[in-house]
Design a protein around this ligand. Structure first.
Ligand code: KG4
Ligand code: ZN
Length: 400
């Protein structure tokens, strides 16, 4: 099997239009370009992603993003060996734009099309950075730039060669799963959320607090100034006998706390769904006019964030102990959260010193096409999911 190749990858599963051109040489990687065009500003006024709007924006941005990816990579289009695309899971109106573009490119370039699972991308983003204990990791900027192949140079970095089993905690806007990997491309879901995803809870709580969208980063910032012990919130399912999660009750508990102090403000602001988009309407009054006291907001943000972190880290540690894993890794937008990373690392070094905690570059936690290229590479060298453009279809509910 040929191990040297250039992959063009496309990702449009939610609200980021992304393309990357990535070169692989045996177990090394050189990033020629990695372009992400975010739609966050457009969707923020609706308090969540509106699927039809995302689709239109992908359509508008897809070709300019591809053009930029080729310009940055400075390569001729016929140098591409494989086209890769996110097949699912995600919003179907968003996915079909990327899949359609990838099929057209695969046909025009006469190259195979690799259909990638989005969650596999979030997992394989971790193969991009060297394994280092968290405390010894390079400053973020340095780590990030070292991943990029210098113009004209042969700057490749080694791909991670992990010891299995690996435990992956995937925490994004659509998923919260604990996945056990015994070898490459081998996944067993050992636990998942029974209702909302962790990122979804962050987004909904941010909306309740009048903080805008996307909520995760804003809550994290607010939480830094708050006291996580000030407001008592539940730790749903923390003592349950499985590795499942639940976050919808936690969001309701936050709503009740707001109602206690601000009975009018929180009326009617719960119950929307970010993923199906059914109840997303432009807000009829600017959120910033909802005057919630800043200290209360900071304390509630910190208490909520801590409740989520407690459940995530407790269950992750329990699973890591049961399955005697060698590595623990994070993936998905919520993995950007520094406090989650810090506390998880601390608990792992205390409770399970035989496991290594893999710190993921925060530039690679949210959606991008680079991670899709890496996942595609492992699919290709294992002879999996290499297709003709005729046989690839988007699948909103694709499981890992
Ligand atoms: O992986 P991602 O970019 O898209 C999906 O596949 O869903 O994740 C987006 C999610 C959003 O719900 C966002 O609020 C959350 O990740 N997020 C965060 C942070 N940054 C993004 N959650 C907590 N803390 C953060 N710093
Ligand atoms: Zn994602």
């Amino acid at each position: 099997m040929k191990m040297n190749m250039i992959i063009l990858a496309i990702e449009t599963s939610c609200d980021e239009t992304a393309a990357a051109i990535v070169e692989f040489e045996k177990n090394k990687v050189g990033i020629l370009s990695n372009i992400v065009s975010s739609q966050v500003k457009t969707h923020s006024k609706y308090g969540g992603v509106v699927p039809a709007l995302a689709s239109r924006m992908h359509l508008k941005n897809m070709t300019p993003v591809l053009k930029r990816a080729f310009q940055r990579a400075k390569i001729n289009k016929n140098k591409i060996d494989y086209v890769a695309v996110t097949k699912g899971p995600g919003l179907i109106p968003a996915l079909i734009v990327g899949v359609s573009a990838a099929k057209a490119l695969s046909y025009a370039l006469n190259k195979p099309l690799v259909a990638v699972n989005h969650l596999e991308g979030h997992i394989y983003a971790n193969w991009l950075t060297p394994i280092v204990p968290y405390s010894n990791s390079l400053p973020r900027e340095k780590e990030a730039s070292s991943l990029f192949r210098k113009r004209g140079g042969g700057d490749f970095v080694n791909l991670w060669k992990p010891e299995f089993p690996i435990l992956c905690l995937i925490v994004s806007g659509g998923h919260t799963q604990l996945i056990l990997m015994k070898k490459d491309l081998n996944y067993k879901i050992i636990g998942e959320t029974v209702d909302d995803a962790a990122g979804e809870a962050f987004d909904k709580v941010a909306k309740l607090l009048g903080l805008g969208y996307p909520g995760g980063l804003i809550i994290e910032r607010m939480a830094k100034k708050g006291n996580p012990d000030k407001i008592k919130l539940p730790r749903p399912m923390i003592k349950s006998d499985d590795f499942n999660f639940s976050f919808s009750g936690l969001k309701t508990a936050v709503l009740y706390e707001i109602r206690k102090f601000y009975p009018v403000l929180a009326e009617g602001s719960d119950g929307f769904s970010r993923r199906d988009g059914r109840r997303l309407k432009p807000l009829n009054r600017p959120l910033k006019r909802r005057r919630i006291d800043d200290t209360f907001r900071q304390n509630l943000a910190a208490s909520f964030q801590q409740a989520v972190i407690d459940v995530l880290k407790y269950k992750t540690i329990k699973a890591a102990q049961k399955y005697k894993v060698k590595n623990i890794l994070l993936g998905g937008g919520v993995a950007t959260n520094k406090e989650l990373q810090r506390q998880l690392k601390e608990m792992i070094s205390k409770e399970i010193p035989h496991s290594k905690y893999r710190i993921l570059n925060t530039k690679l936690t949210t959606d991008n096409a680079l991670m899709i290229a890496v996942a595609a590479y492992y699919n290709i060298i294992n002879n999996k999911n290499i297709k003709s453009w005729k046989n690839v279809k988007a699948n909103a509910n694709l499981t890992i």
